[in-house]
Design a protein around this ligand. Structure first.
Ligand SMILES: [Zn+2]
Length: 502
């Protein structure tokens, strides 16, 4: 039996987004637990689809003692402030010092954290921990599928693995996989494994990295197959393409006892990713064109047509309040439509005060100065209001105790609009249901999300149309003003169609 310290510190940083992550953002609940320390961590994460929860459950089942340090997660946004990063790292070190000796450390990190003063939040954290704990103590890590992996992180850790799904249905499963690996490593008494790492010479657009579509599905299947065949702990990271740092982009990395085998496994997957370069794209339509196609697709359909507002994804730094797609739906006179989740706590509060049935004259959304966007003024009918608390039921948020307070269902024209007080992407049907909207019964659904929505909504959708309305998460990374990315990286995959005019 080993004594294993565990912690989680996660942020996905879109350096092009308008708002930074402060300590308050880590202390505020949204879809994941609030900042928690010490013994409170385990009950806070229990039952969630989180790598930390999956690791703890499996490691405990294998008879190990778990010593929790900290859980800290904030919504994706621009950089973590220097004050927030240093405060959380200090808490982690304080908790670690209070523990006394441990046999191993497990960290559930993201891999795409940028702080105001650091390009590589995870690499720096791992370096400080390695200095403190010495070269031999096993430090094992799980990262998000969207990690912008660095050689520093690779070398400071004993071993790292990452999610194999986007939507991230396997976060808890990834933690459990790492618990199994650590258990075997501790039992074997083997030295630190050899590592290999290869970055891809092009960025993959966020929506195109979804593993429910090709070529990502083929790549992650190959990763699992090669890992099973070779015993190399192997990961493909799609990268997070909205970070202006040298290490932005996809990568393949692996760990194992045989350096040549690790290198070969990493090269095999990286070759596959690169062979598909022109396939990492897809059609993305302007709002008016997308709505016109949606109207045709809905004729005679028994299931909703989904319009994915992929550039205003709060799960990737989007403000969650741009009005471009909603405006196009109203202009086209859509009926039987629902749209969400619009982040506008001020309007949600006004609706709550006015009460159900009231008419409120407000300017909805458009409050963050996103280029090409402006608020949508109108007289909205308040259909329902709620406290915004619910338990997620989709693959991503299953078991998560969501808090979107306050929330309101407003109607303008033929569109029911879900307005929320916390910035969360539209990835779970419960976010509509808690206000009396049954998503499967709608003719049209407009969802602010790049790909996570697919986990819960693709099974009920007639078809899905990717839309490029104003937002901080550019569908095509080449549209972003990169200055610091390493030389030679193609900002979008060569030959992949990214936008289409109809
Ligand atoms: Zn991710």
């Amino acid at each position: 039996m080993a004594r294993i310290a565990v912690a989680s510190f996660r942020h996905e940083t879109n350096t092009f987004a308008p708002h930074k992550a402060t300590l308050t953002d880590f202390e505020t609940g949204y879809s994941w637990p609030v900042l928690t320390r010490g013994a409170d961590v385990l009950p806070a994460v229990k039952g969630y689809n989180l790598a930390l929860a999956g690791f703890v459950e499996r490691a405990a089942a294998r008879g190990h003692a778990i010593a929790p340090l900290l859980f800290a997660s904030a919504n994706p946004s621009a950089q973590v402030t220097e004050a927030a990063y240093e405060a959380i790292v200090q808490m982690l070190f304080e908790e670690l010092a209070a523990l006394g000796p441990v046999d191993a450390l497990y960290l559930a990190l993201h891999g795409a954290m940028v702080a105001e003063h650091l390009d590589d939040g995870e690499g720096e954290l791992l370096m400080r921990l390695r200095q403190k704990l010495g070269p031999r103590l096993p430090i094992v890590v799980t990262l998000d599928y969207h990690a912008n992996m660095s050689v520093e992180a690779l070398e400071m850790a004993t071993a790292i693995t990452g999610y194999r799904t986007y939507p991230h249905a396997d976060m808890a499963a990834t933690g459990a996989r790492m618990a199994d690996w650590l258990d075997g490593h501790l039992a074997s008494g083997a030295p630190r494994p050899a590592a290999a790492f290869r970055q891809t010479p092009f960025l993959i657009p966020l929506f195109a990295g979804c593993t429910m579509r090709e070529p990502a599905a083929e790549v992650v299947a190959a990763v699992a197959r090669i890992e099973a065949e070779t015993g190399v702990l192997l990961t493909f990271a799609g990268g997070f393409p909205a970070a202006d740092i040298p290490d932005c982009g996809p990568s393949v990395y692996g760990y194992g006892s045989d350096a040549a085998a690790v290198r070969a496994a990493v090269d095999q997957v990286a070759d596959l990713v690169e062979a598909h370069e022109r396939d990492w794209g897809g059609a993305v339509l302007d709002p008016a064109a997308a709505v016109a196609i949606a109207i045709k697709a809905a004729e005679g359909a028994l299931r909703p047509v989904v319009l994915a507002d992929i550039q205003d994804n709060p799960g990737a730094g989007g403000t969650g309040d741009t009005m471009g797609l909603l405006r196009a739906m109203l202009d086209a006179g859509l009926t039987g439509a629902a749209a969400g989740l619009i982040f506008d706590p001020h309007v949600a509060m006004i609706a709550a005060k006015a009460g159900e049935g009231a008419l409120i004259s407000v300017a909805l959304g458009g409050k963050h100065g996103v280029p090409g966007d402006k608020p949508l003024p109108g007289e909205f009918k308040v259909i329902a209001t709620a406290d915004g608390r619910m338990t997620g039921s989709g693959p991503l948020y299953k078991g998560a105790r969501l808090d979107l307070a306050p929330t309101a269902r407003l109607r303008l024209g033929g569109v029911d609009i879900v307005v929320v007080g916390k910035r969360v992407q539209a990835a779970d049907q419960e976010c509509f249901r808690h206000l009396g909207i049954e998503p499967a019964a709608m003719r049209f659904l407009a969802l602010k999300s790049s790909a996570h929505f697919r986990g819960h909504f693709q099974p009920i959708a007639e078809t899905i149309i990717d839309v490029a309305a104003p937002g901080a998460m550019a569908a095509d990374p080449a549209a972003l003003a990169f200055k610091r990315i390493r030389a030679g990286v193609r900002l979008s995959p060569a030959g992949a169609a990214m936008r289409e005019q109809a």
